[in-house]
Design a protein. Structure first.
Length: 429
């Protein structure tokens, strides 16, 4: 029997019992659709997470801090501090796969403009490398080193919005809600809060900290991990921290609060992180967030995939039942075919082809349902950023897996058909 004849006979046998075949195919459709939708949601969440970080290039960034977790080996652990200094920065630069390294210091102070004040978080950065590390400006330029008595600063838009009157506590806005403090106004910076509240009519505590003249040369973009910070030149802020250690403590001369490391490629991040951690430092990268999201998504997928798997198992049992019923209904036909000299493999092939057709039709319909459900989910979840993504490999794999399930389910009925005695089969009717 030719292969084409085998397929033709199998299809016609299914067509003769359309309702039974349709119900069996429907079971496969539900099972395949449920699994594909669950997997596609997981893929969509992963891609959305990656794209949210890839837009800023932060997937290749590693944040290094001086604190790391040390496993004691008995189920407990402790924190350990390893100093971040110039030697550390040079060591990071020597790691293969590292593109750039930028140390940072951090301080908290207050800006004063006229009678208005604003709390600010300040990062000291290397202006020549700032653009490499997600420190994006909406306008202006990066701050340079100190010029005479003036220090340059890039202000965050949030700091501009937070200006208030220290006496009344009212925000520095006009009747229309527009900020009264603008980029080209005069600014002063202090780390001694007594400079602000003593002059504002508070308690008469003696102010010891200096007031520094600051020129705003730019404004931070309202995006990214560091959009809330104001920027100053690294060496300039280090000098200010050293002069004001009585008020802000500081990390100490030559020490850094944090170091940013940028890798050449995404594939370099894991190896670079491991190398830095082996030096005793704590690390964090956007890949950690991606991996965490993937783990959470995988748990949900396993749960919902198990539900889909049960549907697929029920569908496979339905195929076995359909094929067994077909054997009982076609016992005489099978006996005649055997008497005429048809090979056993052809008899098994007919039943395997029928079960494969059920798997194929169920997989194809299930894939179509998955695309439809994906469109509905994308419309319903558009505001949350979640999407259903069905790549080509998932579509092809779903149909192929459905056919495989059909073949496996049809294996037992095919063997039963092969083992039927020709004479007993003919006498059956």
């Amino acid at each position: 029997m030719r292969f084409g004849d085998l397929l033709s006979i199998a299809f016609l046998n299914l067509w003769r019992r359309k309702l039974r075949a349709f119900l069996t195919v429907l079971g496969m459709t539900i099972g395949v659709a449920s699994i594909v939708v669950m997997v596609s949601l997981g893929i969509g969440i992963r891609e959305a997470t990656i794209q949210s970080f890839a837009g800023t290039g932060s997937l290749t960034l590693i944040q290094v801090n001086s604190w790391s977790y040390v496993d004691m080996g008995d189920g407990t652990g402790t924190s350990r501090e390893t100093e971040l200094n110039k030697k550390s920065v040079e060591a990071f630069r020597q790691i293969p796969g590292v593109r750039a390294v930028m140390p940072m210091v951090e301080a908290y102070g207050m800006l004063k403009s006229g009678r208005f004040v604003s709390d600010v978080s300040i990062l000291g950065v290397d202006a020549s490398q700032a653009a490499e590390f997600d420190l994006t400006l909406s306008e202006g330029v990066y701050p340079s080193a100190r010029r005479g008595s003036t220090r340059e600063m890039v202000i965050s838009s949030y700091a501009l919005q937070w200006f208030r009157d220290p006496v009344t506590g009212k925000e520095a806005v006009d009747r229309d809600g527009n900020p009264r403090v603008e980029l080209d106004d005069r600014f002063q910076l202090t780390f001694d809060y007594n400079n602000i509240y003593q002059n504002a009519g508070g308690e008469s505590t003696q102010a010891k900290g200096a007031m520094y003249r600051v020129e705003m040369v730019g404004q931070m973009l309202d995006e990214g991990n560091y959009s809330y910070y104001c920027l100053m030149d690294l060496s300039t802020l280090e000098e200010l921290i050293e002069d004001n250690e009585d008020f802000i403590g500081g990390s100490g001369a030559g020490k850094y609060n944090q170091v940013l490391v940028k890798c050449n490629e995404l594939s370099d991040v894991k190896a670079v992180k491991t190398a830095i951690e082996n030096m005793g430092y704590g690390t964090y990268s956007a890949q950690d967030a991606v991996e965490m999201a993937e783990e959470q998504t995988a748990r949900i997928q396993y749960l919902l995939g198990a539900i889909g798997g049960v549907s697929l198992l029920v569908a496979a049992i339905g195929i076995i039942n359909t094929m067994m019923m077909s054997i009982y209904e076609r016992t005489r036909e099978i006996g005649i075919i055997k008497v005429l000299g048809c090979r056993m493999s052809n008899i098994a092939g007919m039943f395997l082809a029928e079960s494969a057709f059920i798997g194929l039709f169920g997989g194809a319909l299930g894939l179509g349902v998955s695309f439809g459900l994906g469109l509905l989910l994308n419309a319903a979840l558009a505001s949350s950023g979640l999407t259903s993504v069905i790549p080509l490999y998932l579509a092809v794999g779903a149909v192929a897996f459905s056919v495989l399930v059909g073949l496996l389910a049809g294996l037992y009925p095919a063997i039963r058909a092969m083992r039927l005695s020709p004479l007993a089969a003919i006498r059956n009717e």
